[in-house]
Design a binder for this molecule. Structure first.
Ligand code: FMN
Length: 383
């Protein structure tokens, strides 16, 4: 117990499978997660009057409602500031770790994720906080690790932004320490490029063995390389189901090269109404009511907008205004169910869902879309 070993010599080249006994791996069809409810206007950078605002009671109501409806997970965002403009969308946010700890205590079977921006926390502290939430939830915590892209946020931590690919080198090193703390029973030293840790040790271990599930929502080749090596759930972005099919295949092949099997998820923004025409009108209103300055800031700060071709910039601006950049599922309940069925057929294993107004959107999804998914076998609640 008192002997320190160097970690580097024992890091496995790829992660071994996580605990797969929870709802994310059950044979229930496409998985559903309520995403980002801890952040204001998470579903769209629009000034629309019904945009999401946060309060603890509202978050409780949303997550518990999602669990009752049969959702598999709740995934918060890690956000420290917004995109300014006139309404500062994403500017009000609850901390993802403490949010998850509290949600763990008031839910019973859905997975509760922590979204961790790895540059904002020591991996030693993060590993222990996640394990504590695993115990609070009796084995239902998940980690969504993000490499970070928001320089203004990092400046709040006295950190400088790394180059895009270097951020994933950082995330890789950070995850290696987390995995070692979760699985090793001796003490170890770790001297990496950024972490310098002596006699690292963690007790207790997680309830989920050998470790909880980890997701990583990168879209870039470097990000996908890290995720294929260390994450259990990877994300794709696509413009249509054919694009999703191709990207899902690519990701599975990348993981297979490393001898791993992974799940592939997508972030989706739902705009559902009584008819396709009414849903289209809603989307058009959200776009008209965009917080144009916040959208411009987001595109500039997150994606280097000024160097982008104008038509690409315009498409992105629309997407940020109506669905916060997520894949749009717009239409009647029947059309939304059709689109989810197509994504499921494309090989997508799960969806992180957002709405303009989470309470109304979740009710409508649970009452009108979920029954159709069940009828069609896209979603099966009993194993
Ligand atoms: C489902 C999902 C959740 C994400 N959560 C966060 C987050 O909470 N904080 C954050 O800074 N970035 C978040 N991101 C952004 C990603 O971490 C990543 O920066 C983005 O997808 C671009 O990928 P790339 O770094 O590979 O280019 C999220 C992305 C997705 C799709």
């Amino acid at each position: 117990m008192n002997v320190s070993h160097s970690l580097q010599s024992t890091i496995p080249a790829v992660a071994t499978p996580c605990d797969q006994s929870g709802p994310l791996f059950a044979d229930t069809g496409i998985k559903l997660a309520v995403f980002g409810s801890n952040v204001s206007a998470a579903g769209a950078l629009s000034c629309a009057a019904e945009r999401h605002e946060i309060s603890w009671q509202r978050n409780l109501s949303i997550v518990q409602k999602a669990e009752r409806a049969g959702f598999d997970a709740a995934v918060p965002l890690s956000r420290w500031r917004g995109f300014e403009g006139s309404t500062n969308p994403w500017g009000n946010s609850f901390d993802a770790y403490t949010w998850a700890a509290a949600m763990a205590a008031v839910t019973t079977h859905m997975m509760i994720f922590v979204t961790a921006q790895c540059m904002t926390a020591s991996p030693v502290a993060a590993a222990k906080q996640l394990t504590t939430i695993d115990h609070i939830s009796s084995g239902r915590v998940g980690l969504n690790v993000v490499a970070g892209w928001f320089e203004k946020e990092l400046r709040m931590f006295g950190k400088l932004q790394l180059d895009h690919d270097e951020r994933y080198d950082y995330a890789e090193e950070w995850l290696e320490v987390i995995y070692a703390l979760w699985t090793r029973h001796d003490q170890f030293d770790f001297t990496g490029r950024w972490q310098d840790i002596t006699s690292a040790y963690q007790q207790p271990k997680n309830i989920q063995q050998p470790r909880p599930p980890v997701m990583n929502a990168a879209f870039s080749p470097r990000g996908h390389r890290l995720a294929a090596k260390y994450a259990d759930i990877l994300f794709v972005s696509a413009f249509d189901p054919d694009g999703a099919t191709a990207k899902v295949k690519e990701l599975r092949a990348l993981a297979a090269e490393l001898g791993r099997e992974i799940k592939v998820w997508m972030p989706v923004g739902v705009i559902c109404a009584d008819s396709d025409a009414a849903a289209g009108q809603l989307a058009a209103r959200y776009e008209r009511e965009a917080d144009a300055q916040a959208v411009a800031n987001n595109i500039e700060w997150a994606m280097g907008g000024t160097q982008m071709p104008e038509d690409h910039r315009r498409a992105l601006a629309k997407s940020m205004a109506i669905t916060g950049g997520s894949y749009p599922l717009i239409g009647s309940a029947g059309s939304v169910a059709d689109q989810i069925e197509q994504l499921s057929a494309a090989g997508v294993d799960g969806l992180c869902l957002t709405w303009m107004n989470y309470e109304d959107g979740l009710d409508q999804f649970s009452d009108n879309v979920l029954p159709l998914l069940r009828q069609r076998g896209v979603r099966r609640d009993t194993v």
